[in-house]
Design a protein around this ligand. Structure first.
Ligand code: RUB
Length: 309
């Protein structure tokens, strides 16, 4: 698979979910590097640069995408031959994919500790990181039940219900507007992340902020599962996270509304840090206020003022 194809898969949402699309982007750059059979270093650099642009523009909100691309191209400027660059990028991409899969497992183990025997767990959208924790809790022998929100308009909740059912976890589907009404019965909310900002805010599927608000009001712990590559170095330099807005056709059919009535379809929202109990990462369970330190540890000072993207 070349970078262009990977970018198309991501833009069309054939591949979705922040971690999966990050791995797909890394795979696309690996394919781009390996497909080049020439000896012209600058020609390969141009191909990779083009691929990088296509990938990071494919979806704007998940920083995992930008971070994966940066990881795959780490030290690319130091390569002195096309062959060296080819091996470097493919090695980096493989390392990213391996690291991200290991992170998912660790998050499952750590996140499972936040789920107790007998818990009713609510989750929103379809997050592999959140599911890793829920499934690990089930595999530890805890008797848990899950409420999966439908997550309109793409209805990723149906994927969640299928994933959990397949793993043997009892699951029920609810419509998004049933969240407040069901919250009093819920013991813990577990969700994933597209991006974590330096102030500890969570950017995730639209509706997450409402789930967090309802959980906060009902005193239900709200747990976020996020690999460290979901943390955004650029937010340290004050950059705001770009919230993707998709087309009206995902919500209404042609002719359902009078002409001139506009449909708004923001697909992610921001949950403030004060509604988050903890963030489960592969380097430990942290309070949201530690997001800044995670960013320094993982990305280093030099990334803060990069204009990459
Ligand atoms: C998916 C979504 C998920 C996060 C985390 O949105 O919001 O909660 O991406 O997922 P979309 P994961 O379906 O629009 O991509 O934990 O799998 O990275």
């Amino acid at each position: 698979m070349r970078a262009k194809e990977a970018a198309e898969d991501i833009a069309s949402m054939r591949v979705r979910g922040a971690a999966e699309l990050a791995r797909h982007a890394a795979e696309g750059l690996r394919g781009e590097a390996l497909a080049y059979e020439g000896h012209d270093l600058n020609a390969l650099r141009a191909l990779l640069d083009d691929g990088r642009h296509q990938l990071i523009q494919a979806r704007p909100t998940a920083v995992s995408l930008t971070n994966a691309v940066a990881y795959a191209l780490k030290d690319a400027d130091k390569a002195t031959s096309a062959q060296e660059l080819r091996l470097l990028v493919s090695g980096n991409a493989e390392a990213f994919i391996k690291r991200s899969r290991e992170a998912l497992k660790t998050i499952g183990q750590l996140g499972a500790n936040r789920i107790r025997d007998g818990d009713l767990v609510m989750t929103h959208c379809n997050s592999k990181a959140a599911l890793s924790a829920i499934i690990a809790a089930h595999e530890q022998g805890k008797d848990i039940h899950v409420l999966a929100t439908e997550s309109r308009p793409w209805r990723q909740g149906l994927l969640t219900a299928k994933d959990l059912h397949q793993a043997g976890v009892p699951v029920e589907l609810i419509i998004d507007s049933a969240v407040r009404s069901m919250m009093n019965k819920v013991d813990v909310v577990v969700v994933g992340a597209d991006t974590i900002a330096s102030n500890g805010a969570l950017i995730n599927k639209i509706g997450t902020a409402q789930v967090a608000l309802a959980a906060h009001e009902a005193r239900v712990p709200f747990v976020v599962c996020a690999e460290t590559f979901k943390f955004s170095p650029r937010t340290v330099s004050g950059e705001l996270v770009n919230i993707e807005e998709r087309g009206a056709a995902e919500i209404v059919k042609e002719g359902e509304l009078p002409p001139g009535v506009r449909v708004r379809n923001p697909v992610f929202d921001a949950t403030p840090a004060e509604y988050i109990d903890c963030i489960v990462t592969e380097i430990g369970v942290i309070p949201p206020c530690a997001a800044y330190e995670v960013i320094i540890r993982e990305f280093g000072q030099e990334k803060f003022f990069s204009s990459e993207g």
